[in-house]
Write a protein that binds this ligand. Structure first.
Ligand SMILES: [Zn+2]
Length: 473
């Protein structure tokens, strides 16, 4: 199907619009005779250069044939074909945050070896809608990837570096699945609803992995998880919610033992997120611009003063208010020299909101230096002080009897590198013969391990090597 598309604000400009769709019906008679209760399913792509330089992927599309036209009389002979579709650009679900004055930026096309991303909506058992984006790059099996807090799955597919992790794994033949779980700043409901990381572990991760297993018809997946996404992965595993479904793990920066860097340790001791929640502050955003309101400008000034004069060495100071806010809330997340200028200048496009409840639980786990519930219950690694002598601890730690590669930046200023070493020692003690390994990346910090300009050379091969040991082909 090919037609023309006219942009509302540019009535004089036409552009082509081409639909390439597959319609699937499980009741062809009902479709041809128009049963109002019957809809066929649509999949495929829409190519419209005015909207995106790459084909847009259809998600949750439905189709009705010979539907009565809306304003026609019941006996009117005219009928219509109804198409209802959600379209995603090649980067998957995305919202532009932050600086409204910033000029629109044409993103480069992703290098996906011809595979078209498919977006799946997925509703968890507690009725929160999360999103999965699939990049079916080859036969090595599904790899499910979970982002950290205040960001989205976008961190794995930035176009501001030459090769991002999605492109890299697609190139090596993996079926890559990005999950926007409920802390994703791409999900509009993430701000509105109250939830804890325990909810994410209990509902989002099982739902996402079940969806992947269902669509791919596989028995197990491999998982790559970063920062809070890794914390929640370990919470989900330790609680038994993913039993038998995860074949191997790559855990980036932190696992079950978050040991904070000094600035984060100091902030967590102040219990500020808990106080903020108690007085009705629902969250913080790192996004800001020149038109920030009074309190926004106050926060910008505070962030800049604290991070540039009290926290950061001279070599890491910069003039980006978004970067100041990120550092103020989470600690320095990168070595600046490892980022491209474009990545640093577009932080507002892939950072967003973090709720006070999530922030409070992150601070709580930092004070405990291990995973605990939002209410401070020791439910994930109970009785860890008694080690393997405790049957309940043994039961929980046995759920981590699977291959795990820990990856951490040597200069991580969010969680200290010994965070992953602590979890490594726990799992090794419990399962001395399991395939555990830990790689420290020299001269890297935290998120630059995921989207540093040389991450494809310095970091991704360590992820690939771990995944390849348990690939399907
Ligand atoms: Zn900066």
């Amino acid at each position: 199907m090919i037609g023309k598309f006219i942009r509302g604000e540019r009535q004089d400009v036409e552009t082509s619009c081409k639909f390439t769709l597959t319609i699937e019906s499980n009741d062809i008679k009902a479709m041809l005779e128009f049963d109002p209760d019957h809809t066929a399913q649509i999949s495929g792509t829409v190519t419209c250069p005015a909207l995106s330089s790459s084909p847009l992927t259809v998600s949750e599309g439905c189709f009705q044939l010979f539907s009565p036209a809306k304003n026609d009389k019941p006996d009117s002979p005219s009928k219509q074909m109804l198409y209802k579709m959600t379209l995603w650009d090649v980067y998957g679900p995305g919202v532009n945050f932050g600086d409204e004055d910033a000029a629109p930026r044409q993103r480069r096309a992703l290098k996906l070896r011809g595979c078209t991303p498919i977006v799946y909506e997925c509703v968890t058992k507690d009725e929160f809608q999360i999103l999965l984006t699939r990049y079916e790059g080859g036969p090595k099996g599904p790899v499910v990837m979970f982002h950290g807090a205040s960001v989205s799955s976008e961190i794995f597919r930035l176009d501001s570096i030459d090769a991002n992790l999605v492109e890299y794994l697609v190139q090596y033949g993996y079926d890559v699945w990005l999950v926007d779980w409920r802390t994703s700043c791409n999900l509009p409901k993430m701000v509105e609803k109250n939830y804890t990381l325990d909810d994410c572990a209990a509902y989002d991760y099982p739902a996402a992995i079940d969806k992947v297993l269902d669509v791919t018809n596989k028995k197990t997946v491999q998982v790559v998880a970063h920062c809070a996404g890794s914390l929640v992965l370990f919470a989900s595993l330790l609680s038994g919610a993913l039993e038998g479904k995860v074949r191997s793990i790559v855990a980036s920066q932190v696992a079950a033992n978050p040991i904070p860097a000094p600035f984060n340790a100091y902030k967590s001791s102040l219990r500020l997120p808990g106080i903020a929640h108690a007085i009705g502050i629902h969250g913080l955003t790192v996004n800001t611009d020149a038109h920030a309101l009074f309190f926004g400008r106050m926060f910008n000034g505070l962030s800049r003063a604290v991070v540039n004069h009290l926290v950061l060495p001279y070599s890491e100071r910069c003039e980006s208010p978004v970067c100041h806010r990120v550092t103020f809330i989470f600690g320095l997340l990168w070595e600046h020299k490892n980022l491209t200028e474009l990545t640093h200048n577009t932080l507002h496009q892939f950072f967003g909101h973090v709720t006070t409840l999530v922030n409070a639980q992150l601070a709580l786990t930092m004070r405990w230096q291990k995973l605990v519930s939002a209410s401070g219950e020791d439910i994930y690694l109970p009785e860890s002080d008694k080690e393997l002598k405790s049957p309940v601890y043994k039961e929980h730690i046995n759920r981590l009897n699977l291959p795990i590669r820990f990856i951490v930046g040597e200069k991580n200023s969010c969680y200290l590198p010994k965070s992953t070493l602590t979890t490594l020692n726990l799992v090794k003690e419990a399962h001395p013969h399991q395939n555990y390994s830990r790689v420290v990346i020299p001269d890297y910090g935290h998120l630059d391990c995921i989207y540093g300009k040389e991450a494809a050379v310095d970091v991704f091969p360590h992820i690939l090597e771990a995944l390849d040991q348990y690939a399907e082909s």
